[in-house]
Design a protein around this ligand. Structure first.
Ligand code: R5P
Length: 297
């Protein structure tokens, strides 16, 4: 299969990411008419002929998550009805944090998302740094997660002075990613132990015994949502008298005052990928998806 066999359909939430993929792959971008009605409903018309084509429907599931999910489902349904083979490319996969029933009675939201996609005709899913790879097992069709970490590491190596750098994982969940990042930038790393009370949501961090005084600490996480995890880690790092705290994440979800909260906690800079398009999304990681698609070829 060559790249010419793919057509890219940029969903409203991932226009730049989709264009970057199309440029690298040298494939066509499908023509789409889209408008949002004053009441928030979506209107779509797929103008290009996509019958028999492999269509990469690129739509990140960032906030407003449900709105973006419905947009993806509407488009997937029309594409599949038209006879296209639909790949959902979700650079950020909303609902991935609820991949399990932690407390009895909880909805396994990611499983429902997978079922909705399947019933609208999605045949493949590619995402970037899914919160937990266990989540991929909930899909009834092949689902893949590619990593943005090498791209974030390359960017950091090229832009930052890492001579005094320590890489920090704010919890065990991110430790594998952080270990990879630390190896790529060739700096030491440590893992903070985090405990989240799943009822109240309260998070506590215990620092490991490691000399941090005077270091530039780079906290690396898969996502920053409220900023609470980064703030707690930054507070611990400041108690240890680090020189500077910088936050790096794959998915800058960045809800309610998260940037201000991190800034108040002494975080001097935020480096993020473009799985969600924000002013901090300096690192284009669409190549991770493109490389994966080439491997499938
Ligand atoms: C948690 O397990 C994740 O890796 C992130 O640390 C967390 O989701 C970040 O969320 P927040 O910014 O709301 O603390």
């Amino acid at each position: 299969m060559s790249n010419q066999d793919f057509v890219i359909l940029p969903g409203p939430s991932s226009i730049s990411f989709a264009r970057s993929m199309a440029k690298q792959m040298g494939c066509d971008i499908a023509d789409l008419e889209f408008k949002e009605f004053p009441d928030g409903e979506n209107y779509f018309r797929i103008v290009s002929d996509v019958k028999g084509k492999r269509v990469l429907l690129v739509q990140t599931l960032s906030p407003p998550v449900d709105h973006h999910l419905v947009q993806l489902l509407l488009l997937a349904k029309k594409l599949s009805e038209t006879g296209a083979f639909v790949y959902a490319i979700c650079p950020y996969l909303g609902y991935a944090r609820q991949h399990r029933e932690y407390l009895s009675g909880e909805v396994v939201s990611l499983k429902v998302v997978g079922q909705l996609m399947a019933s609208m005709g999605v045949k493949r899913l590619v995402t970037v740094d899914i919160h937990n790879v266990e989540g991929l097992g909930l899909f009834t069709f092949p689902a893949f997660s590619v990593s943005a970490i090498p791209f974030l590491a390359d960017y950091t190596l090229s832009k930052e002075d890492l001579s005094e750098a320590v890489i920090v994982s704010p919890d065990f969940g991110s430790s594998a990613r952080v270990e990879t990042f630390a190896k790529l930038v060739n700096r030491p790393y440590c893992v903070f132990e985090k405990e989240r009370n799943r009822v109240t949501g309260e998070v506590k961090i215990k620092p490991p015994p490691l000399k941090l005084k005077g270091a530039t600490a780079y906290i690396v996480d898969d996502m920053i949502s409220t900023g609470g995890t980064i703030v707690k880690a930054a507070n611990v790092l400041n108690e240890y008298e680090v020189k500077e705290v910088i936050a790096i994440c794959v998915h800058p979800v960045l809800t309610i005052n998260s940037v201000e909260k991190m800034s108040k906690a002494g975080v001097s800079k935020l480096i993020a990928s473009n799985t969600i398009e924000t002013e901090y999304s300096k690192v284009d990681v669409s190549k991770a998806v493109v490389d994966h698609l080439k491997l499938l070829g």
